[in-house]
Design a protein. Structure first.
Lengths: 607, 136
């Protein structure tokens, strides 16, 4: 990996940080390597919105290499939403462009006196006045910065107004609506008065065995293009599975209180393809092209919704109007807000309104009735502007629920709103949500695919029935390790690439001689390090929990009658992980086995 | 006498099953599409084999054993797998979703239609499994 550029926005000083080789070997890159680098600075006392709070943009060793789905970058730090480890990755072209500058990361601390943006051109950094762009949305900001720097081919990572105003689920965006949406790192960027980071670089991307890599990547991309899942994603987008998810009770409706939604097809990926779809969009060198381009009745082409947008603003609110779902998703994107958290928090508002806990007095006269997309639109505006009830909603569903005496009603884990994959339909998601290092996340382990039947025999990920309980716990842990490897390589989880090919690609790129076991061990090391970071910040076993509603069975639909047995699943999971059941910490032995002796000493004292 | 999979007799039994199974009839009531199945030689199957099934509104209108691909140029779906993997699906050792997601079963056709009708496809496999008592 290339060096990281450290930038202190308070002093304007920069410094080149060379990544220790042994850390690269053990953690590979991306989120795992970021966890190692930031380990000592992520303390319980650290205010995520303070100048001291770090924001680390990282590539992986395959970023920008035109390997299968390797066009991504990740942003890491401490989450203002959860107070825990934060990571969020995005596609587009920004990460590959950063590589071309000669840096594989930007490590930003401090706080500018007034709004600024960064311009990193071929390794030369300028801190530029951002007053003229402050207040603009994510698309306007990219256009403004690109015009001002005047260099063709530059890409810009930005925040919208939500990040400026400290919405705790503000995102960081680039290109055409590619979002690092989760954990609120857009608010961290906004707190630093940093509106955008433009990058442009033409340096050759380092590959140890370039010829070997080129042959492998061609083979991998050819196979990926023929893959069934890739074909579905290309033709239908990520919402292509909506009908099946609804059938199984995986897709929640009415804020996780209704197990089926008969109008699901009105908002499905298939319907989108038949009606408003005009084309696909792809991240850097991706052969899948899952991005949607749609046209609405105003004639303008725009980004079409992904599955989470469809589910969150569709069945979650009992909305079956696809065009309105598109508009709601676009509004969130423009403000720079995570659609999962926004739609979830709005769903809670509708739910509390139905319960009588939120009234028209609280909403300024707004009736929050199921199916009310116009009300949802008003709430998006209010959240982004932190106006009216939007002020408390901008803090996320946990704090919003708490403010109305209904924290238990919020469907979140540790302050991060759950994605739209209900563990009553696919039980593995119970452990995915309860144990993820960043709250209720579906990307640290998209185990629902394994619950559908997506196995990886070569790395020991086998099939368990979708309503199996504790017996699948070890399988979930393996899946998490596998995805932690992905998040270190900073690859898209839609790359259905054979694990042996994955390790061959890494070996060719990095000059390593990893086996499949080494790859999985690296993932396990990253997972445990993130856990240890969270333990230091106060996380215990008590945090490994599920929202109340997931422990209440649906009366209807494909998941009717089922609830996950979380205590039994967690016990089996802790056994599989080698974690201490009392404290929730990785055991000393496990940490030492993974080469994390210094972390073991800090968590457990000198042995 | 029980038909051995894969054989013309087995295919006829499957046709009968699809036309008499109430559960399949309900789940597949909106299905409109024909399927061309290509079984590639492997293990006990030394020569490739093809099946054709015309499935319509919960019933099977027609089957053909060993049709030539050129005789059915535009089926709604073409499913391709090697014999060992097909055998594992028929005997329940291989989950059909697993087969599809791991590319042991290759699917060509309208993916939107497929994703809207996954339950129908899975119940079709159930029917095929239930008529498979003996296997090559």
């Amino acid at each position: 990996m290339q060096p990281i550029l450290k930038i202190d926005l308070t002093t304007g000083k920069t410094e080149e940080y060379v990544i220790p080789q042994e850390w690269e070997r053990d953690f590979l890159g991306g989120a795992s390597l970021a966890a190692r680098i930031l380990y000592s600075s992520l303390t319980k006392e650290l205010d995520p919105l303070s100048p001291e709070s770090p924001l680390l943009f990282m590539n992986g060793p395959l970023s920008g290499t035109a390997g299968p789905t390797t066009g991504r970058f990740v942003v890491c730090g401490k989450s203002p939403a959860t107070g825990l480890w934060a990571e969020s990755n995005a596609g587009g072209f920004w990460g590959p462009e950063l590589r071309g500058t000669g840096y594989d990361g930007l490590w930003i601390t401090g706080k500018a006196e007034s709004p600024v943006y960064l311009w990193l051109n071929e390794g030369r950094l300028e801190v530029r006045d951002g007053a003229g762009v402050w207040g603009k949305d994510i698309y306007q900001t990219q256009d403004f910065v690109k015009e001002e720097i005047g260099v063709k081919g530059a890409h810009v990572a930005v925040i919208g107004q939500a990040g400026e105003r400290g919405v705790l689920y503000a995102s960081i965006a680039c290109d055409h609506g590619r979002m690092a949406g989760r954990t609120g790192l857009g608010a961290v960027m906004g707190a630093k008065k940093l509106k955008a980071i433009a990058v442009h670089g033409t340096k050759k991307i380092p590959l140890v065995h370039a010829d070997r890599y080129a042959a492998l990547r061609s083979e991998a991309n050819r196979a990926l293009k023929q893959d069934n899942e890739a074909k579905i994603l290309h033709e239908l987008g990520t919402a292509g599975g909506a009908n099946y998810m609804e059938y199984m009770g995986q897709m929640p409706s009415k804020y996780y209180h209704q197990g089926s939604f008969s109008n699901v097809d009105n908002v499905s990926g298939a319907k989108m393809a038949e009606t408003i779809l005009t084309g696909q969009s792809a991240c850097h060198a991706c052969v899948i092209a899952c991005g949607r381009v749609v046209k609405l009745d105003d004639g303008a082409k725009r980004k079409g919704p992904e599955y989470e947008t469809v589910a969150g603003f569709g069945p979650n609110l009992l909305v079956d109007n696809l065009e309105e779902v598109v508009r709601l998703g676009e509004l969130c994107d423009r403000y720079g807000m995570d659609v999962i958290s926004t739609a979830n928090t709005i769903g809670l508002a509708f739910h509390l309104f139905e319960m009588g806990k939120v009234t028209v007095q609280d909403t300024g006269g707004l009736e929050l009735k199921w199916g009310g997309f116009m009300a949802a639109r008003q709430l998006v505006h209010q959240i982004a502007r932190r106006e009216g009830i939007g002020e408390v909603m901008s803090k996320g569903s946990r704090q919003f629920g708490r403010a109305f005496g209904a924290e238990d009603e919020a469907v979140q884990v540790n302050g991060l709103e759950t994605a739209y994959h209900d563990p009553r339909g696919v039980s593995g998601m119970a452990l995915s949500y309860a144990t993820s290092p960043r709250g209720a996340c579906h990307n640290q382990s998209d185990y629902f695919f394994a619950d559908w039947g997506h196995t990886y025999e070569k790395i020991g990920i086998t099939y368990f029935e979708r309503h199996a309980q504790a017996e699948k716990a070890a399988n979930v842990a393996k899946h998490q390790n596998w995805r932690t490897f992905f998040n270190a390589a900073v690859m898209c989880i839609f790359a259905n690439v054979d694990p042996q090919m994955q390790v061959d690609l890494v070996n060719a790129a990095c000059g390593l001689k990893w086996s499949l076991d080494d790859m999985m061990k690296s993932g396990e090391r990253g997972w445990n390090l993130k856990r240890a970071i969270n333990n230091r910040m106060g996380l215990t076993r008590a945090n490994d929990k599920l929202p109340k509603v997931f422990l209440e069975p649906y009366k209807e639909g494909g998941a009717a009658g089922f609830v996950p047995d979380l205590p039994a699943m967690l016990d089996a999971y802790y056994d599989a992980r080698g974690w201490d059941k009392e404290s929730g910490k990785p055991s000393r032995e496990k940490l030492v086995e993974l080469g994390l002796g210094d972390v073991a000493e800090e968590l457990w004292g000198e042995g | 006498m029980t038909a051995v999979f894969p054989s013309e007799e087995w295919l006829k039994e499957l046709e009968t099953k699809l036309n008499t199974d109430k559960k399949y009839g309900d789940i597949a009531k909106n299905w409109e599409g024909d399927i061309f199945i290509i079984i590639e030689p492997k293990g006990n199957l030394t020569e490739g084999l093809t099946f054709y099934l015309d499935l319509w509104h919960g019933a099977c209108r027609k089957v053909e054993f060993k049709p030539d691909a050129s005789s059915r140029p535009t089926p709604t779906f073409t499913l391709t797998a090697n014999y060992d993997d097909i055998k594992d699906i028929m005997t329940g050792k291989l989950n059909p979703m697993t087969a599809m997601m791991t590319m042991k079963l290759k699917v060509k056709g309208n993916m939107g239609y497929m994703m809207r009708n996954v339950p129908t496809v899975l119940d079709f496999v159930r029917c095929a499994q239930e008529v498979t008592k003996e296997i090559l």
